[in-house]
Ligand binder design. Structure first.
Ligand code: NOJ
Ligand code: CA
Length: 549
């Protein structure tokens, strides 16, 4: 059987094209192939002890909410002791918990509570770099000849840095130690890159995986999975550095995507295979989707996140290309696509899609698309509330991207603002209203509060919950196969599974679209959809799920 991926061109002159891909195995699917994974930015989710910082106790207390919502798993952003230079992605101790968040017994209790509610817990692991406060780096600073120094990339003192590599957060990728040596950091200077050619590094990370797997976690989201190894001779990159945060190409061929990294994922896969039902999902920010998919070959990571939708403009050609090319690339290696519309690094989708009522209507329609597509879906905490990007005053900003670019780049604080749980002055983030959240919550966010939305059957929250409920029961949604097509401003994804077919139709234009159909409308993303015996009238920025009869 083959999945036929067709993007039908419209009269407006789009190129018709079609592709063939192998079908995905429909038998005895492991949970992660079609899971809805809810991303918890721990610091911003729920504060249990009143210090204004989200923590494990707060998350535990809110697990019933996630179970009510209907997701399958949660992925928690880094919970480790950290230098605090990059939102926890500068880890000091990989086998411990930052006291701000709790301790190891809190992770165990979280896993146990989650399991009782039918939820799985996935942790974040950060293997490309440590914190500069990690004991290894501290030992390396103290003694250039120490074994720890060999676990990083140091170069002897010289006038110029060893090569032309740039940090993703701005400036050169090399900084000096107090004794004049250079060390490599592809992110902030507080995040020295590990030397994965030193076997101790690999051994230590495998210990870390087992440490958490032994505590019952269901896997890991792997940070910068396209990194780790660097060109063995640390040669200059061939091209002009392009200052995009994600999506690296041949111009950075010496820093990313080295062939040796695939061996690491084969070893990690073997570790996970010892623990039933666990999985690895990689962050692979490469421009070439075929290269991204290679990280999800059957003996490597189970999945790699696909950021195409997250980067697509609200236009049918862009969305169709994002969907079609991902289905094709991942289909070729037999992996499901892991769809993403938002995360802690990107502007919230309501704002990305234009903001205000329009942005919200589009975000609602996009959510229905996300939840219809075959594969796993990653939902960023707060997207189910339709949160826009928050305005964070410069003096409150914490992101190194803002500070290292001298304020030129806004940074990522605006998508990391704490969750509004209720409509009180502290929005219910902390137990005491007087607690000051670690990032300021806009006063108007009370209107997005969970407590308000649970009472409003027309809310975004109810849309997500209803969509998740239908998806969980319907064999054509979230698994099976899909074809994507466009007709002018109308995008259609035709999902089939279990002998049934559901069309997710999205009107991305400015006028009402008439969709011919004799089927049954299962769900609408917004008001104003009119159904007759032969057609469905779809207002702009609206999606429907239609079960074909
Ligand atoms: C990707 C993470 O998502 C981002 O938040 C972090 O800054 C970088 N990796 C560096 O660890
Ligand atoms: Ca706290």
């Amino acid at each position: 059987m083959s999945a036929r991926l067709v993007v039908a061109g419209s009269a407006a002159g789009q190129q018709p094209w079609s592709r063939e891909t192998p079908a995905q195995d429909q038998l005895a699917q492991p949970w992660w192939r079609s899971a809805v994974v809810y991303q918890v930015y721990l610091r911003s989710f729920a504060d249990g002890n009143g210090d204004g910082i989200g923590d494990l106790a707060g998350l535990r207390a809110r697990l019933p909410y996630l179970s009510w919502l209907g997701v399958d798993a949660l992925w928690i952003n880094p919970h480790y002791p950290s230098g605090g230079a990059d939102g926890g992605y500068d880890v000091v101790d990989y086998r411990a918990v930052d006291p701000e968040y709790g301790d190891v017994s809190d992770v165990e209790a979280l896993v146990a509570d989650a399991r009782r509610l039918g939820l799985r817990v996935v942790l974040d692991v950060v293997p490309n770099h440590t914190s500069d406060r990690h004991p290894w780096f501290q030992a390396a600073l103290a003694d250039p000849d120490s074994p720890e120094a060999a676990r990083y990339h140091f170069a002897p003192p010289s006038e110029q840095p060893p090569n032309n590599w740039r940090s993703l957060f701005g400036g050169p990728a090399w900084s000096r130690t107090p004794d004049g040596r250079w060390y490599l950091h592809l992110f902030a200077p507080e995040q020295p890159d590990l030397n994965w050619r030193d076997p101790v590094v690999a051994e230590d990370f495998e210990r870390t995986l087992r440490f958490w797997l032994d505590r019952g976690v269901s896997g890991f989201r792997v940070d910068v999975a396209y990194g780790l190894h660097k060109d063995a001779a640390l040669r200059d990159n061939p091209g002009e550095y392009s200052p995009t945060l994600f999506g690296h190409g041949p111009e950075q061929a010496m820093t990313w995507n080295q062939p040796e990294v695939h061996d690491v994922w084969r070893r990690w896969r073997a570790v996970c295979d010892e623990y039933p039902d666990t999985m690895l999902v990689g962050e692979v920010c490469l421009a070439d989707l075929d290269e991204v998919a290679l990280y999800s070959r059957p003996d490597e990571l189970h999945q790699s996140l696909s950021f195409r939708l997250l980067k697509s403009k609200w236009e049918t050609p862009a969305f169709a290309e994002a969907i079609g090319s991902a289905l094709e690339a991942f289909g070729r290696v037999g992996a499901p696509v892991s769809w993403v519309l938002g995360n802690h690094d990107k502007e919230r989708m309501v704002s990305r899609f234009g903001g205000g009522e329009t942005g919200l209507a589009r975000a609602r329609a996009a959510a229905m698309l996300l939840l219809a597509l075959p594969g796993s879906a990653y939902v960023y905490a707060g997207d189910e509330l339709g949160l826009p990007q928050a305005h964070v005053p410069d003096e409150a900003k914490q992101d190194p991207i803002f500070h290292r670019s001298g304020g030129e780049r806004a940074g990522r604080d605006g998508c990391r603002v704490p969750m509004p749980w209720n409509a009180t002055s502290g929005v219910g983030f902390s137990p005491a209203r007087s607690a000051r959240p670690w990032l300021p919550v806009p006063a108007e966010w009370k209107r997005h509060a969970v407590s308000r939305q649970t009472r409003d059957s027309g809310s975004v929250l109810h849309l997500y919950r209803t969509a998740l409920g239908i998806r969980a029961e319907h064999p054509a949604l979230g698994s099976g196969e899909a074809t994507v097509s466009t007709r002018g401003d109308v995008l259609t994804v035709r999902c089939t599974g279990g002998g049934r077919t559901v069309r997710c139709v999205v009107n991305m234009g400015t006028g009402t679209a008439l969709v011919r159909s004799r089927g049954q409308v299962l769900l609408e993303s917004g008001p104003g959809v009119h159904t007759s015996a032969r057609s469905v009238a779809l207002p702009p920025d609206t999606a429907v799920w239609i079960e074909e009869s």
